[in-house]
Design a protein around this ligand. Structure first.
Ligand code: HAM
Length: 425
């Protein structure tokens, strides 16, 4: 007989097994606390959106939309895509539900999966998860600084303290035009020294040549004109103000003139967060974001300046593990309920519920019949008290309370067991 093929998780996706859930619990809890600390309201948007939303929002010429998006037509011929990020969906919801009528700036946050058809490797998945913070309705640089503060706050609470901020300004549509021209002129003079990919980028999305990783291009990149020299007065002032606020917050930053980001909706400040790595290791961003003052209008809403960022959960958990960040697992149960015999097993199920109703944390192993095996488990789980409920006790409506440390035992009537346990715990 032929052996059935074992089906595995689809390439670039993975299961979050029970032993990893403690990391996720911690991340969710810290994200929720951080959001509350800084006044963000939760929003959840669908995993599926119209393709057009991402094409318009993130940009048709971007790698994300062009190469990495899971796009398909439904049976009803709707052209949809699995979301490759959260910002576009949140912006759509902001417009669709008239959230601009709420008091501005409006701070929204979300957490959930994103999908990108990328070549899987450490820290790069086809289904990954982001924690997303967005602020709508203010162009004030103080919010650029605050959103960065939020990321640092979150990462510190998670246990990642040495985060380095890379920041740049990519200007607005006016000054970026001048810069693009200067960059193109410079690259035209150097076409022989660049890789074939960059030749394509120059035609489609010139700024992206700056974050080319090909060895061949590094010399050209290092001598390229830098955006900050071309910023208009407004963008320059905005950038300077942001840096002043960061100084005030004692957040150190690296002025990264090559940081351009892979999404078209950005203007002015863009930033990414890294952790220092061992020398031979390339660093992957833990998160990134920036200002996107034109997106809401581009999607059909009113002119609404905005700024936001997203943190990558898998990369954060990867670093927590690498750096030995401790996360507390499930707390030890106060009581372990041991049973022996059919009647005790039946009555035990109900007794278990009564303990829970009285807010006593309890564990059990109803499928084990040996008292010895159950005691061993109670010990392993570090329960303080074992409640022994055997055939005789079930008949007499009593139970034995055993202190796990000392081994001292006492028989108590079932009617008094809760009171007795509460006294001892
Ligand atoms: P992004 O830089 O494309 O920005 O993604 C943010 C973070 O998500 C990355 O820094 C990384 O940690 C994580 N990430 C992205 N793709 C993957 C992947 N394939 N595998 C593992 N982790 C990944 C955005 O998505 C913007 N929407 C951020 C933003 C919000 N800008 C304004 N508001």
């Amino acid at each position: 007989m032929s052996k059935k093929k074992i089906i595995q998780a689809s390439k670039g996706t993975y299961d979050i097994l029970p032993q990893d859930q403690t990391y996720w619990d911690k991340i969710r809890k810290v994200a929720q606390d951080t959001a509350a600390d800084f006044g963000f309201l939760r929003i959840d948007t669908p995993l599926i959106e119209e393709q057009e939303l991402f094409a318009r929002g993130i940009g048709l010429g971007t790698d994300i939309v062009e190469k990495e998006m899971y796009s398909f037509s439904t049976k009803g011929r709707d052209k949809v895509a699995l979301r490759p990020e959260l910002t576009a969906g949140v912006a759509r919801a902001f417009i669709e539900h008239g959230l601009f009528s709420l008091s501005q700036p409006l701070k929204l946050w979300s957490v959930g999966p994103i999908f990108r058809y990328e070549q899987p490797q450490a820290g790069r998945y086809r289904q990954s998860h982001q924690i997303d913070f967005e602020v709508f309705g203010s162009a004030d640089a103080v919010l650029d600084a605050q959103i960065i503060q939020v990321a640092f706050w979150f990462l510190k609470k998670i246990g990642l303290k040495e985060v380095v901020l890379h920041i740049n300004s990519i200007g607005c549509k006016d000054c970026r035009g001048l810069y693009r021209k200067a960059l193109l002129d410079y690259y035209r003079r150097n076409t022989k020294k660049i890789c074939p990919d960059c030749k394509v980028r120059l035609k489609k999305n010139p700024l992206r040549v700056l974050d080319c990783k090909n060895e061949k291009c590094q010399d050209v990149i290092s001598q390229a004109p830098v955006m900050v020299d071309y910023l208009c007065d407004g963008c320059k002032e905005h950038f300077k103000e942001t840096l002043d606020y960061l100084d005030e917050l004692e957040i150190s930053y690296y002025l990264d003139s090559h940081l351009v980001r892979g999404l078209d909706y950005y203007n002015r400040n863009v930033f990414e967060f890294f952790l220092p790595q061992q020398e031979d290791k390339k660093s992957l961003a833990l998160g990134g974001g920036g200002r996107y003052d034109g997106l809401i209008k581009l999607l059909g809403g009113k002119e609404t300046p905005a700024v936001g960022l997203a943190l990558g959960v898998e990369r954060i958990i990867g670093e927590m593990k690498k750096r030995g960040v401790k996360v507390s697992g499930r707390a030890a149960p106060e009581v372990f309920l041991l049973q022996l015999g059919n009647l005790a097993k039946r009555k035990g199920l109900k007794l278990y519920e009564e303990l829970l109703r009285n807010k006593i944390s309890v564990a059990e192993s109803f499928s084990r019949d040996s008292i010895k095996a159950q005691l061993k488990l109670a010990d392993k789980l570090q329960a303080k008290i074992a409640l022994i409920f055997g055939q005789q006790e079930a008949l007499d409506d009593t139970t034995i309370i055993r202190e796990m440390d000392s081994g001292v035992q006492e028989i108590v009537p079932l009617s008094k067991v809760i009171k007795e346990l509460k006294k001892r715990l």
